[in-house]
Design a protein around this ligand. Structure first.
Ligand SMILES: NC(=O)c1ccc[n+]([C@@H]2O[C@H](COP(=O)([O-])OP(=O)(O)OC[C@H]3O[C@@H](n4cnc5c(N)ncnc54)[C@H](OP(=O)(O)O)[C@@H]3O)[C@@H](O)[C@H]2O)c1
Length: 255
């Protein structure tokens, strides 16, 4: 297992991001935390500094390209480099395609996909120079197949996976590894209002699985294992079956 001493995480205030920050914080890493709610990031900072980690906080929006470039540059200066970047920040809506709603979808794509490119790319030159590093993005089970009611969310996550797949191949001779994690359902604020979850994982279990996949340099890791098996069925099933088994969830708006 590789050890990650300098770790930059977006969406670090809650859920999966906070879980990963806790994990690497316990190992004494120098952490960079990104999110819009500064108060949440400061809570994570206090917890991690209490365990001996050093922490930089960047309160802002991952869809803001200049803000993300500046945050990356500051973190590289403060930590003297970076070993692991986790582009985790994301939002979910069940979009209203029948109404032709377009603004929330544009925002979702900006946060979930442009937010990932904004997070990972500023670190690429420095990682190439040091000859190592891991670029990890949070995709989703829904990246494997377009699903009713998750049209835009699934498209954003399929884009994330295509991006990290391409990045890994482009960087294959540099020592820099790019990968994506594909969670099924994990108990976090994002999923709290979703009544239709299967094989639900608690956060600690999900963090152990993610840290293990990152540490061994997985390429695309779908979890838990039941969802990894299910993805093969979902990828091949005819649309008529998908429509019946994955009915469109009630439309929700973004927070
Ligand atoms: N939980 C699941 O079952 C599941 C399944 C598949 C994929 N995922 C993915 O996992 C990632 C984390 O989700 P989660 O479940 O941990 O939910 P969460 O607790 O809602 O975490 C999302 C985090 O992203 C931050 N964020 C959202 N929009 C942002 C923006 N524009 N700029 C900066 N930060 C932003 C949020 O903080 P602020 O609001 O303070 O910015 C929040 O801390 C997401 O990409 C999600 O799509 C989750």
């Amino acid at each position: 297992m590789v050890s990650f001493r300098r770790v930059f995480v977006t969406g670090a205030g809650s859920g999966l991001g906070a879980g990963l920050v806790g994990h690497y914080g316990r190992e004494g890493a120098h952490l960079g935390l990104v999110g819009r709610r500064e108060a949440l990031l400061r809570e994570r900072q206090v917890e991690c500094e209490g365990r001996g980690a050093r922490v930089e906080v960047y309160a802002g929006d991952v869809a803001d390209t200049d803000f993300m470039q500046q945050s990356a540059a500051h973190f590289l200066g403060a930590a003297g480099g970076v070993d692991l970047v986790v582009a985790n920040a994301g939002i979910a809506i069940a979009n209203r395609v029948r109404e032709g709603e377009v603004h929330e979808v544009a925002r979702l794509i900006n946060v979930n996909l442009v937010g990932v490119t904004n997070t990972l790319l500023p670190f690429v030159p420095g990682m190439i120079e040091q000859g190592r590093g891991t670029l990890c993005a949070m995709s989703s089970f829904t990246a494997h197949r377009g699903l009713p009611g998750r049209t835009a969310y699934g498209a954003s996550k399929a884009g994330v996976t295509a991006f990290t797949d391409g990045l890994r191949m482009e960087l294959h001779d540099t020592g820099v590894h790019a990968m994506a994690l594909h969670p099924g359902f994990v108990d976090t604020p994002l999923t709290r209002d979703n009544p239709e979850m299967i094989f639900l994982l608690d956060l600690d279990h999900a963090v152990r699985i993610m840290a293990s996949a990152i540490g061994r340099g997985a390429r695309n890791h779908t979890f838990p294992w039941q969802m990894n098996l299910l993805k093969e069925v979902v990828k091949r099933a005819p649309e008529s079956i998908i429509r019946r088994l994955a009915p469109a969830p009630r439309p929700t708006s973004m927070k």
